[in-house]
Ligand binder design. Structure first.
Ligand code: GDP
Ligand code: IMO
Ligand code: MG
Length: 426
């Protein structure tokens, strides 16, 4: 196996950081290809926790090179803070082990401000992370983004910033009545940050192309999850990038290869942060209990995550939308000892029973149909699973017709069982 992708199969926070760190151990390169510092990927080793936002989750392995490819929207200020966090955690990042594409679109103060103003004063609240992700992607598509390489020349930077600000200025002044930095202030800020980022910057497309030609093992680390994809997700309550497999092609490049394995990281239940439909959401004490046991509070914004039962129609859709080849089931330990345990295996939708969500379906309209599951009490001490947890896994595999290759039962890197025949890079 040469290429593997890690994709969140639900609404994000499925445990992608943990699995990337684990499988990254035997990789040469780990690549982030979409999203930005809206992501929060947690790794725990020997009780020490590190949360990564835009830096790939392979950095704990000294032999691994991490790439931030051109599809990522890049906030140089947030990057600076993250570098410092990594340094404080004893991880030294240099050009040898971290490379950033010169073609990343840059998140400016204007993007962050606009994101936050829309959330507080706009007509529809999405519940974004407020990191400027949407407005930055909008500018990329509108062909007025600032690319990372633009930060290195003050005149270019000034001229691009002017084009970027011209329409936003009217919004800040007249729609939102908000103050905003002048082009000169923003240019000075970004130019200084550019000096800090420059040592990490290169043409990552050519670098990756060489890696592929030289048969290097590459892991593509997705951020967010399929249901947050701009095209496949629960629109408009989505993020602004392609979180599905297609994002790899546009955001990093595969150079004549297809992905050998696509592992859908799947929480044993479902969570969601921000607004939007959530068919299996638990609005009662049980939802609160799962939130507490699972410590379901955002790694980026600290917001409480909404919790609910595992949703198989939603996963059936994710498997199709992202060509998943197996699932890694995480956080099964959170469900142990619950006396009431359910899996949603189908939806009732406009008088019919359906077993797969599809693009455009109004998820507010579906009514989940549940199978009651026997509680399990596994301690996970001897590497085997109880009959009851086995039945939980079998129902998922049989309904979705996809193998579960990994079961994770705790935040630590070591708290994992390989359940299938595949051992990935390991
Ligand atoms: P990501 O965004 O997909 O990388 O996931 P997050 O890091 O935002 O959220 C997952 C949370 O669950 C983190 O706090 C992880 O440390 C934790 N975690 C990951 N796998 C497991 C697991 O199997 N069991 C438990 N209890 N926690 C886990
Ligand atoms: P990881 O990679 C969970 C959600 C936000 C909001 C919507 C749009 O850690 O799984 P944005 O700031 O992207 O414009 O917000 O997407 N969201 C996430 N939810 N995990 C994430 O990343 C997320 N990144 C964005 O809460 O609902
Ligand atoms: Mg997260």
């Amino acid at each position: 196996m040469q290429t593997l992708a890690i994709i969140g199969s639900q609404w994000g926070d499925e445990g992608k950081g943990k699995i990337t760190d684990l499988l990254g151990a035997k990789c040469d390169v780990v690549v982030r290809y979409q999203g930005g510092n809206n992501a929060g990927h947690t790794i725990v080793v020997d009780k020490k926790k590190i949360v990564l936002h835009v830096i790939p989750s392979g950095i704990l392995h000294p032999h691994t090179t991490s790439i931030i490819a051109h599809g990522v929207v890049f906030d140089p200020d947030a990057f600076k803070a993250e570098l410092l966090d990594a340094k404080n955690a004893g991880i030294n990042l240099t050009f040898n082990n971290l490379k950033v594409s010169e073609n990343c679109s840059v998140i400016t103060s204007y993007h962050k401000l606009l994101d936050q103003l829309r959330e507080t004063k706009g007509p529809e609240k999405i519940g974004t992370t407020g990191k400027g992700i949407g407005p930055c992607y909008e500018d990329k598509v509108a062909r007025k983004a600032i690319k990372l390489k633009d930060l290195f020349d003050k005149d270019t930077l000034m001229s691009r910033l002017k084009k970027n600000l011209i329409e936003k200025e009217a919004l800040f002044k007249h729609l939102y009545n908000s103050s905003f930095p002048t082009v000169e202030e923003e240019a000075t800020r970004l130019f200084e940050l550019g000096k800090m980022v420059k040592p990490f910057v290169c043409d990552t497309f050519s670098y990756l192309s060489n890696c592929i030609s030289n048969h290097k093992k590459i892991l593509y680390e997705g951020a967010q999850g399929v249901l947050l994809d701009i095209d496949y997700g629960s629109y408009p309550f989505v993020t602004s990038s392609n979180t599905t497999i297609g994002g790899i092609h546009t955001g990093a490049g595969l150079m004549g290869k297809s992905i050998d394995e696509v592992v859908g990281i799947t929480k044993a239940y479902t969570t969601r942060v921000g607004e939007g439909p959530f068919p299996t959401e638990l609005h009662d004490d049980l939802g609160k209990k799962i939130q507490k046991i699972g410590n379901e509070f955002g790694s980026t914004t600290g917001r409480a995550r909404r919790c609910g039962w595992l949703d198989l129609p939603l996963l059936k859709y994710s498997i199709k939308a992202s060509n998943l080849t197996s699932l890694a089931l995480t956080k099964v330990d959170v469900l142990r000892r619950l006396t009431d345990l359910k899996i949603c295996h189908a939806y009732r939708f406009r008088g019919e029973t359906i077993d797969c969500a599809w693009p455009g379906i109004d998820m507010n309209e579906v009514e989940p149909i549940y199978t009651d599951m026997a509680p399990f009490h596994d301690t996970f001490k001897n590497g085997s699973l109880s009959k009851e947890l086995g039945a939980y896994i079998k129902l998922i595999e049989d309904t979705l017709k996809i193998p579960i290759s990994i079961v994770a039962y705790g935040p630590e890197r070591s708290e994992i069982i390989f359940t299938g025949a595949r051992k990935f890079f390991i």
